[in-house]
Design a protein around this ligand. Sequence first.
Ligand code: SF4
Length: 389
Amino acid sequence: MLVPEPGALTPLEHITPSIYEASIHCTAKAAWYALGGRSVLPENPAAMLGSAFHSVMAAAHRGELMVANEADRNPARRHFDESARALYLQAHPLIKLKFPTLERLPYYNVQRERAALLAARIASSRSWSAGPPVMTSNAAPRPLQTEFRLSSTDGLIVGRADHVDGESQTVVDYKSGYIGEADTDAVSDSEARQLRLYAYLAAENGVNVSKGAIVRRDGQRCELAISRADAEIEANSARRRLHEINAAIREGVRFDGLASPSSQSCRGCPCIALCDSFWAEANPVWQSDCGSHVEGCVSGAQTRQILGVSLTTLALGVQRGTVSGERLSAEQIPSDWMTLGSGSLPQAGDVIRVVYGRVFGAGEGAVVIRIDKTLTSVWRVPPEGEGGR
Ligand code: SF4
């Protein structure tokens, strides 16, 4: 696969909680979340299953899961399958090559069952069909809202809260667990920012919210008090971020110019393969925080059939990245991962990037790196003039 171009950036019409969160660490990452495509770079499959998880929770709150009782999980399972399938169809070809069917995505059944367990509980506890009316501050009846797209009155902030409960003045967000925040029994800083923005959006739409709740995949719930002032401060901060991103884009700043590489901001970023700023700054000290990524020049390639699978080992002269050492052996990479899109394997003299590999020790003077089936991808950097980089 050839390293793709980041593409032209156009001003954002609005900011969402996830774009806002990304912008706190790196404006380029935020722009990618806003404008990039699922099909350009492979997404972590856990994110895909996380989206399906959210969709099931929202459907349960909306009363769309017709369950007979709390033990009836089949409607939630069906909803999870449909939601995940829609996302899978849009996924990058490498994801479909690695996981030829939806059900083979890592932890598919575990996440599906976690979603079904929670959703069946929510659905069976609902005693209404379309949501009971609740009284807002201006005494107008208003239904509970779930997973509706909420917009600020100026249209600059939009978001889709998993559930806004006007009766208990609570905004609820479900976490499927892939985010990996350190404390599961407390609302993290990033979760708090997200909840405050949802609270602001709810208020802008006539629903008073005084607290936010995070519900983790095991059902554990953590709450956070949110005042109207807290919500407005966060919303103003999000508007400032939107203004800064758009000002830079209008000035013609390109993707790399917006990037703020660091071991923290680049952790888990899907853009590493194409982010030249990352490669300019990354060093081995970053490895423990943001993983093993290497750019190097191919000095040799050896392909073997093992149990009917074509696997290629590449010898590299290390140029840049988070892996220390001058020589590296990237071992037993499925050949079709590398021929996807280009049709040919890397050859001596090619510069390639291996992202999200796993360092496996050192052998014969070279660092050995192996693949992580879920996350690793291998990219060829087009020479000057071939790909325009
Ligand atoms: S790799 Fe790092 S610098 Fe590049 S877009 Fe991602 S977070 Fe920003």
